[in-house]
Ligand binder design. Sequence first.
Ligand code: FAD
Ligand code: DLZ
Ligand code: SF4
Length: 515
Amino acid sequence: MRHLVLVLGDQLDIQSAALDGFDSEQDAIWMCEVAGEATHVWSHKARIALFLSAMRHFRDALRKRGFQVHYRELNARGNQGEFSAELQAAVSKYRPRKLVLVEPGEWRVKALFEETAAELGVELEIRSDRHFLCSHDAFEEHARGRKQLRLEYFYRELRRKHDVLMQGGKPIGGKWNFDHDNRGAFTKEGPSAELLPPLRFRKDATTREVLELVERRFADHPGSLEHFDWPVTASQARQALDDFVDHRLAEFGTYQDAMWTDEPYLYHSRLAAAMNLKLLDPRDVIRAAEAAYRAGLAPLNAVEGFIRQILGWREYVRGVYWLHMPDYLNRNALDANRPLPDFYWTGDTEMNCLRQAIGQTLQYGYAHHIQRLMVTGLFSLLLGVDPQAVHAWYLAVYVDAVEWVELPNSLGMSQFADGGVMASKPYAATGKYIQRMSNYCQGCRFDPAKAVGDEACPLTTLYWDFLSRHREQLAANPRMALQVKNLDRKPADELAEIRRLAAELASSYTPSGDR
Ligand code: FAD
Ligand code: DLZ
Ligand code: SF4
């Protein structure tokens, strides 16, 4: 054999650089299901099922096109632990002159393949991933000489370079960013009765087989498979995109940050998983959104806001990840070391906002950005949870989780553990933010305005405690000046009571242990 082309679970793209120059006379593809990828973080059943189902569908699509695919399936009895042993077996069986791999989405996996190939004495060619619009070199070029990276400048560069939402060299609408129009909350009636739920995909025989396997082999893993309806093929991913553009994009901008009880998806696209598994090309997503604007089907604040997430944030976090790994993984700028409370794995808490966000996460493997950032992320930031534990949780529980995108968002943006690479200040807020953006507080026994007393909202108590614990560090950040000033205005006896209550709260949560 000339080349054994390795295709991993997040590389399910027929246009992938891995297949460049593929010669069916001399080359073959290798895909492998391994339990270690489901257990190195305690993955949600839906996350495991999505990767495995999409991998099997991709295998079938490749075979239909005449590619030879050596595919290793997991079984319920306990085969196939780790990539390294499986690769070793494949190399001794097929004896390829070279292994070909597109850069994996995790630093750990890339290092593992490099080490294994070196140990086996076989050449490994790692190709860059052209799914993304910004290469590592281009990101490094952007970062060079800048004291601080900021999304906004990066995003503008990409808008210009790829001619997205531009007119005569200027941004359409005269502004680059319509963020201020993207912070709407619902009135007390909630989302419009016309909000159509997203397209659901039926489980075919392949998916049903995978769901059964996951229920048996990963029985003790968190989450439910009851609602599994994710796109698992490129053509389903395209249908999901069209459905979003037709039915929800127009309101995406206005309600991007809003939350509502028992409404997991609202006006969000649910496309992250399909893009991260490479079933969907971000260029197609951006093009479809821009076309909707130009056809008058969606307003600029919605289309610009949506495109900023994909052309901006998605590319930006990938750049940050590869620029700063591997040391990024161990950062802990706020020296946070409390354990993750056990209710993150059960949703069993009196705090309604967390019960909703976590409950929904366990049911669907999904929560939208503000639930991740300003409910689960906010609580662990204020409590001071070890960022490693927070990272492991986020990587485990979402169907769209792959480390290159999850880590900068969780450890960086939400926990400020990178000391300000991803965000210019910690996303710290009281329960009043959640009250403003949702109806969660209406169904809660706590009062978001209170930091002390029986009805004190734990987030509000922990907010002041957080500012007080980190006062010196935060006071050095001009963007935190107002919050620090408000802290300094608190009467000493009230602050002492807050600190006492916060310590009591922290010791009341059962640690999640070694899950
Ligand atoms: P929409 O709200 O419809 O947004 C459209 C698309 O924009 C998304 O599909 C996604 O591709 C992209 N996007 C939006 N925000 C971001 C962002 N901050 N970074 C990168 N891309 C973004 N996203 C992941 O894809 N995988 C993760 O593991 C992940 N972990 C996160 C952890 C935390 C703590 C936070 C705060 C955010 C995380 N995000 C992650 C970003 C974001 O929350 C999800 O992309 C989004 O919620 C997915 O739902 P959606 O497809 O409906 O997105
Ligand atoms: C997330 C995941 C899971 C659950 N299972 C597999 C698998 O069995 N085989 C595989 O190739 N990839 C899997 N993945 C994705 C990997 O954890 C990892 O994100 C990618 O391989 C990195 O490119
Ligand atoms: Fe969450 Fe506090 Fe509101 Fe309860 S009162 S839902 S704990 S923010």
